[in-house]
Design a protein around this ligand. Structure first.
Ligand code: TZP
Ligand code: MG
Length: 521
């Protein structure tokens, strides 16, 4: 075996310049090396020889001073022209023996293994490492087998002494388990190229406070018992020491923990995107300074297509402190602060009558469906970062009552969130996001032109889900969406009523196969 000395495979960046957004590939590679990347592979399938050589030379010049090897994917001619450190070959690329003859004994040669039966022949070749491809299904490369999984990787580890680099669907959230299963290193495309920091700068929320600072109270802490009328027409006594104020960012984590304790199963990173939507839209009830109740009242600004839209969610009171009117005071304050011509919410069935007393009317029913994760990534889908953000935003605006730029910027790129798109000809025909939750994964939104596009995206999102079960929140008036859930063997587990106060907003419900969230609409 010809293991070249000093060859560190631990973090192996495979390039895709189309995923890098506004940054150049050289910028991303430079940042990656500073962050610990130990190998860079130039893999740009759509580039011709000359462009590959130009890019390869630039990368070589950047990497050499750091002692980070440059590997070229597939192309031995390019590797020779740029004096790269080696090549990475697939099973149908140039045979490794010929590549060795052309590149010489010092070159690093990697070979992809897609199946166990490819190992026997590979073990007889003069190569340096195996790419174990793919570990998990990934939208970055869809013409692959179903994936080795951790079990397959473990078996391979036991069967060969050669270094193993695992690739496919790996990121910070699952890298450790892949290394524990026996990989010497992980190779990633999107986890680095499409990482938010390597794309564009996210827009700042319009109104900002110093991080961690507690916002001023909205209502003075009552010094005596205060009487108030609840939005449900009930007269309530409020204890001393209860105050309502806007949340600081870290307090939104408290609200989501309350939601989790109620069995609402929020996404693991929801707080980050929610906060982006409207940092002034989260209210806290505190008893003697201790957080005990929460509500969100997020405002989406008016745009040329419609008026401002508000959405109420996360309405929660600590279970041991219910019945004291804490929630009702909070609710009133949030509603008052929201001031939007239309306000929406998703109410559990038992609460729907109570909300009608505040002027909310039932518009439609949503059903949460539960099904299995996994399956194969269908062809034709792409990572949504490959679609210009303005186009995603315009598509989203047809399916949602407001423009939600700041929210989407975050929602589409949070760690663990996988956003897939489907194009037909020149235009986007749908997109969807799957994210890890306390239990399983949730798909939301799932917006598509028609059932065929929705099915394809749904399959892709189930394949990309890191953990099952998978949940999809379906608006019941969209019969095609109900058929989608049922044809995938999903079962209904929960229901909400979408209610509005004010005129029902205009958006294209026929494209909504899955609601984004019950908290923010
Ligand atoms: N080979 C097997 S999977 C894959 C390649 C090039 C793509 C991996 O991309 P990602 O985005 O890291 O899942
Ligand atoms: Mg290849």
């Amino acid at each position: 075996m010809t293991r070249r000395p000093g060859f560190d495979l631990s973090l192996y960046l495979v390039t895709d310049r189309k995923l890098c957004g506004e940054r150049s590939l050289a910028d991303v590679a430079g940042l990656a090396v500073r962050g610990g990347a130990s190998v860079v592979q130039l893999r740009e399938k759509s580039l011709g020889f000359r462009d590959m050589v130009t890019l390869g030379r630039a990368l070589k010049a950047l990497l050499a001073p750091h002692g980070v090897p440059l590997i070229v994917n597939d192309r031995v001619d390019v590797a020779l022209a740029v004096q790269a450190d080696g090549v990475h070959l697939g099973q149908s690329d140039m045979p490794a023996t010929l590549a060795r003859q052309l590149l010489g004994p010092a070159a690093l040669i990697g070979l992809s293994l897609e199946r166990t039966d490819q190992l026997a022949e590979a073990e007889g070749l003069d190569i340096d490492y195996y790419g174990v491809s793919p570990i998990y299904p990934t939208p970055t490369k869809t013409d692959t087998g179903p994936g080795w999984g951790l079990g397959g990787l473990r078996d391979l580890r036991a069967a060969t002494a050669r270094p193993l680099v695992a690739i496919g669907g790996i990121g910070a959230h699952n890298a450790a388990e892949v290394i524990r299963a026996g990989a010497d290193g992980i190779a990633v495309v999107s986890a680095i190229c499409a990482a938010p920091g390597s794309r564009e700068r996210e827009p700042r929320p319009a109104r900002r406070r110093a991080p961690g600072a507690c916002p001023p109270p909205l209502t003075a802490t009552p010094t005596k018992e205060a009487r108030m009328t609840s939005p449900h027409g009930i007269s309530t006594t409020v204890d001393d020491g209860y105050a309502i104020r806007r949340m600081a960012r870290h307090e939104l984590d408290f609200a989501l923990a309350l939601a989790e304790a109620e069995g609402w199963n929020p996404g693991l990173r929801d707080a980050e995107a929610f906060w982006r939507a409207d940092a002034d839209g989260f209210f806290l009830g505190a008893q003697h300074g201790e957080p005990v109740a929460a509500v969100s009242a997020v405002r989406y600004a008016a745009d040329e297509q419609g008026p401002a839209f508000g959405f109420i969610g996360l309405y929660l009171v600590r279970p041991d402190l219910r019945g004291r009117g804490y929630g009702l005071r909070l609710w009133n304050a949030a509603l008052q602060a929201l001031a939007a011509p239309t306000i929406g919410l998703d109410a559990v069935v038992a609460q729907q009558r109570a909300y009608t007393k505040d002027g909310f009317a039932l518009a439609l029913r949503n059903s949460r469906y539960e099904g299995a994760a996994g399956g194969e990534m269908p062809p034709g889908l792409h990572r949504l970062v490959e679609t210009p953000f303005a186009e995603v935003l315009a598509y989203d605006r047809r399916c949602f009552p407001a423009r939600r730029e700041a929210f989407l910027t975050s929602w589409l790129s949070l760690p663990g969130h996988v956003a897939l798109g489907l194009r037909r000809g020149e235009s986007l025909a749908g997109y969807g996001v799957v994210r890890p939750c306390g239990v399983g994964s949730k798909i939301g939104p799932l917006f598509a032109d028609d059932a065929a596009a929705a099915h394809s995206l749904f399959h892709g999102l189930c394949a990309a889900a890191q953990q099952g079960p998978v949940f999809l929140d379906v608006p019941l008036p969209n019969a095609a969406a109900v058929r989608l859930a049922e044809s995938h063997g999903m079962r209904q587990v929960f229901e909400t009523g979408r209610m509005y106060r004010g005129p029902a907003p205009a958006y294209d419900l026929e494209r909504v196969f899955g609601v984004t969230s019950f908290e923010l609409g």
